[in-house]
Structure formats: C-alpha cells, structure tokens
Write a protein that binds this ligand. Structure first.
Ligand code: DHB
Ligand code: FE
Length: 284
C-alpha cells in the first residue's frame, strides 16, 4: 500500500453500504410481519434493554451518551455495518437450523449483485499490480443427494491484500476481486485469485468508538465471501476462512464456523490451492 493512497473512511463505506442495501432490499426479503409478531419481537428487544438498565444501574449520563451514540450511527450511515457485525450472525444461526448442506455464514455489507460472469476455470478480475499470494479455490457444486450441478453460480467477492473491498474503497477499481463463476458440465469450478488479508471494520466512526470504548478489537479473520445459487435449490451464503489465520477465534462479527475453514497448500509454484465442495438442498 502506498502512502498517497486514499483509504476509505467509515462514513464513505457506510454510505456505500447503505446505498447498496437499499438497492437490494427493494427487490428481496421484505418482511410482511403481522402486528402481533412485531409487538412480540419489539417487546423482547426492549425488555433486554430495560433489564440491562436495571442490572447495571444505568445513569442518565449513560442514557444520554447512548442516545447521542445511536444518533451518530444514523448520521454516519453506519447502521448496515453495525447490524452486519453485531446482529446478523444470530439471524444466520437461526436460519441455519433448517438448512442442510454446506454451512452458511453472514452476507455482510459488501455484497454487490450483477458482477461479471466467468467460466468455470477462471481468474477473478484484478489490477495489473494486484498484491498478494496467488490462491486457487477449486471444487464442485452438488445437490445434497450428491448429484453434480452444472451451470450453478458461485458468486465470490473478497477483500484485497490490504483488506479493502472494491465498491467500498475509492482506490480499488469497480469489480475488483469479484465475479460470478458458472460451474462446468460436472458442476466443477477452479477460481484463481489472491489471498485476502484480515479485515478491519471501519473504525474511525461511531462503531469504532463503541469498539474502543468497550476494549474490543475491530478485526475479522481473512475470508472469502461466497454465495452459491442453482435453479430449484435454496441458495447458500457463506464465507471461507484460512487455517491458522489471525482472529479466527475472536472474529468481531462472530461469523466463523469450524466447517468453513480451509487450509490451502503451496503447489510448489508459490500458488496456494484448496478444494471446497458446496452442497445445496432443493427449494422447499
Ligand atoms: C463487515 C465487513 C465484512 O467484510 C464482513 O464480512 C462482515 C461485516 C462490516 O464492516 O460490517
Ligand atoms: Fe467481509
């Protein structure tokens, strides 16, 4: 990374994440929750807050600090970041209870739909001088009954060797290290890319303030985001992590699972390779 390079601020990535979420939310997953259920859920959330106030004997000064902080999260556009780091994993774990096949993980705020479609054996779009250890992820997409799935989409996106995502960092070109890989006749794929770095959630804004005020750290272990889709099957949104990687046991977003850790090995040419197969269940 060069000294002159512009790093994204929390406000920039927050604004981009808000925009991208609004664009997606208008087309999918809009809840039509009946009033009794809204009341039941909100009552439980508020009970948690009220109980915490009683348990910790919260003062007016602390209540006002919390109010000011919540306002700044909104003003800074950080709600998507906050929700995906601190809340999404619990929703994912709940949904996972009824999901068979490959384990899922959180989507996070940096998914962008409509990326370039690539052949089964491919290299993800990258800069001419892209830094980082070459990495190849290969595998097969199958139904949970073992049937290979040709034409499945392996939608992959990840941070660069400095931990930045294209679309959310001004110095990284659009579409960098993103692509929709289409599996071959045998449902196989082989994706060449580079090893991502651990990722630090934007910490110069209110979410960062909270993390610092609590004595936590803002890191996620290095990861690949992957969404696998195939006709007639329940899509799977997941992440792959790297054996021995820093922060694997202290992910700020609590989104790691042992089944999602890969251990790429050097193939003798300086490229690290790993195999990972994905299994999708039929749509209900
Ligand atoms: C965040 C970023 C990620 O890359 C991720 O996987 C989850 C959360 C975030 O900044 O909120
Ligand atoms: Fe991520």
């Amino acid at each position: 990374m060069t000294a002159t390079q512009e790093s994204p601020t929390a406000a920039d990535s927050g604004a981009n994440a808000s925009q991208s979420f609004k664009a997606m939310a208008s087309t999918q997953d809009v809840a039509d929750t009946p009033p009794e259920r809204v009341a039941a859920i909100v009552t439980s959330v508020l009970k948690g807050v009220h109980d915490a106030i009683a348990e910790h004997d919260v003062t007016y000064a602390e209540f006002n600090a919390a109010k000011a902080w919540l306002m700044s999260v909104g003003e800074g556009g950080e709600w998507p970041l906050f929700m995906d780091v601190f809340v999404e994993h619990a929703v994912e774990e709940q949904v996972a209870k009824s999901q068979h096949g490959t384990k899922g993980s959180i989507l996070g705020p940096y998914y962008l739909p409509g990326q370039t479609r690539l052949d089964a054996t491919c290299r993800l779009p990258r800069r001419d001088d892209e830094q980082g250890t070459p990495l190849v992820l290969e595998g097969q997409v199958r139904d949970v009954d073992g049937t290979p799935m040709p034409g499945a989409e392996v939608d992959i996106w990840h941070a660069d060797a400095d931990g930045y995502y294209s679309g959310f960092a001004p110095h990284v070109p659009d579409g960098n290290l993103r692509g929709v890989v289409v599996t071959d006749d045998e449902g196989r794929f082989a994706i060449e890319t580079i090893q991502p770095a651990p990722y630090q959630i934007p910490h110069d804004g209110p979410t960062g303030q909270l993390i610092e005020a609590s004595g936590w750290h803002p890191w996620r272990p290095a990861h690949l985001h992957i969404q696998v889709r195939a006709e007639g099957h329940r899509p799977i949104t997941t992440q792959l992590y790297f054996a021995g990687g820093e922060y694997l046991d202290s992910d700020v977003a609590e989104a790691t699972k042992p089944e999602l850790v890969i251990d790429p090995q050097d193939d003798g040419t300086g490229t690290r390779r790993s195999t990972y197969d994905f299994e999708l269940e039929p749509e209900a």
